[in-house]
Design a protein around this ligand. Structure first.
Ligand code: FAD
Length: 399
């Protein structure tokens, strides 16, 4: 036994030849389509919409989605590889891709056949969809959300305010978490339900905000003042919202960890390239051990983060019960490692490290976003500890 896992099998990381092919394809996409646009995206804070169509054409939006819904099959290992490679150049675009999965995963798992018809165009990048759970009153405490859905003839009337919602300016569809029937905070998770709303509803207003990192990804607020949603747009059953959210986030934490790995990879490559070229006191700065040590620390964190990411992605296939603990640990560790690596990269680059146009300080800004999304470090620790307690029975023969 390798507590809190069953045995050494649980630590296996396996790939198939298709994964390396996918990595090469994702890297080529990132180098050709993203790299030349990166500076402009950072400066304007806008990602060209055509890029999501191109990502769709590559199959990057359809991983884990059956072919009948326009997907390319595959699993979280495929998603990890694609997002890691995209984030090596643009974490913002990696996150733009992940946002679609926050819609397509729950619809695939719980949607009606009619709702699943939406998937094809999203997967192709022709339409876009986002996921709105967080509110001004709180994001970590999902069960405490206050948006409400009141019963109305043949449907529901939604009222509430969502905040920090990624992809709001592009979204054709919004997956909204609201409390059906009553808004009593004491009842906590009871009646939380997801509703699909289409863009263009006159009683739905969008306000854009600006974040320190992931420049290019739109983040904003959704204000719903009596938005009518027909019964056919309820996702799953009334009251299933929290369960759907938690199973979606367990998977998406793999995506967040992959964003972190991409940032660390980029920090390492930039630091190494720069320190070989830059000279001080008559020699390349790589010759100073202090710089070598920083680079080695970044490499070690990169390797540990990557192994945890691949391990968590593998465990989702072999032992889905272990996915929440594994994906939370991968996300927790790698997002902290991304922040540390970003700081090291800034230090190695000296003044250039803090020059906005040099595109090095963005590693730090982007790592702060990765720390925040899919639950902060504290929330990951809560999940991990809860999962650890569930496994205490495994120790019963030893105490
Ligand atoms: C760029 C970006 C994109 C986002 N995209 C989306 C999106 O698409 N959809 C969506 O629904 N949300 C999205 N979010 C919201 C994100 O998930 C939340 O910001 C995050 O969950 C934290 O919630 P909060 O901001 O309300 O902080 P709070 O929940 O108010 O937390 C504040 C602080 O208190 C700590 N804390 C809270 N509860 C506990 C506890 N029990 N124990 C210990 N510490 C605790 C937190 O860790 C944090 O440090 C996005 C956020 C960002 C920044």
């Amino acid at each position: 036994m390798a507590f809190p896992f069953k045995n050494l099998e649980d630590f296996k990381i396996e790939f198939e030849p298709r994964h390396e092919e996918l990595r090469i394809r994702a890297r080529r996409f990132a180098e050709i389509e993203l790299k030349p646009r990166l500076f402009r995206i950072e400066k304007t804070g806008k990602i060209p919409r055509e890029l999501i169509r191109k990502a769709g054409a590559e199959g990057f939006l359809g991983i884990g989605i059956p072919k009948i819904y326009g997907g390319v099959e595959g699993d979280l290992r495929d998603l990890a590889i694609v997002i890691e490679e995209i984030a090596r150049i643009s974490p913002a675009f990696g996150l733009t891709i992940l946002v679609t999965y926050l819609f397509t995963i729950p619809v695939l798992l719980h949607g009606t056949e009619e709702q699943k018809k939406l998937l094809k165009k999203i997967v192709q990048g022709e339409t876009y969809a986002c996921h709105a759970a967080t509110e001004p009153g709180g994001g970590s405490d999902l069960a405490g959300i206050r948006s409400i859905a009141r019963r109305s003839e043949g449907g529901w009337i939604l009222r509430g305010h969502k905040r920090f919602i990624s992809g709001v300016d592009w979204a054709d569809y919004f997956l909204i978490l609201a409390r059906a029937l009553d808004a009593s905070p004491e009842k906590r998770s009871r009646n939380l339900t997801f509703f699909i709303i289409e863009r263009g509803h006159e009683k739905l207003r969008i306000i854009l905000d600006e974040c320190m990192g992931a420049r290019g990804l739109s983040v904003g607020q959704i204000i719903m003042k009596d938005v009518y949603v027909p019964d056919s747009n309820v996702l799953g059953e009334i009251g299933q919202g929290l369960k759907i959210a938690l199973e979606t986030y367990s998977r998406m934490r793999i995506g967040a960890a992959a964003l972190a790995v991409g940032i660390i990879q980029s920090s390492l490559e930039s630091s190494l390239r720069y320190s070989l070229r830059r000279r001080a006191f008559g020699k390349p700065i790589i010759e100073f051990q202090s710089n070598q040590f920083k680079i080695v620390d970044v490499l070690s964190k990169l390797t540990a983060s990557r192994l945890m990411l691949y391990w968590a992605a593998n465990i989702s296939k072999r032992s889905p019960r272990d996915l929440p603990i594994a994906s939370s640990m991968a996300k927790l560790y790698s997002s902290g490692a991304a922040e540390d690596s970003a700081i090291k990269a800034i230090e190695i680059h000296g003044g250039l490290g803090v020059l906005v146009n040099a595109l090095i300080e963005r590693f730090l800004r982007d790592s702060e976003i990765v720390k925040m999304i899919e639950g902060t470090g504290e929330i990951q620790r809560i999940i991990i500890f809860r999962e650890l307690l569930k496994r205490m029975e495994m120790l019963k023969d030893y105490y």
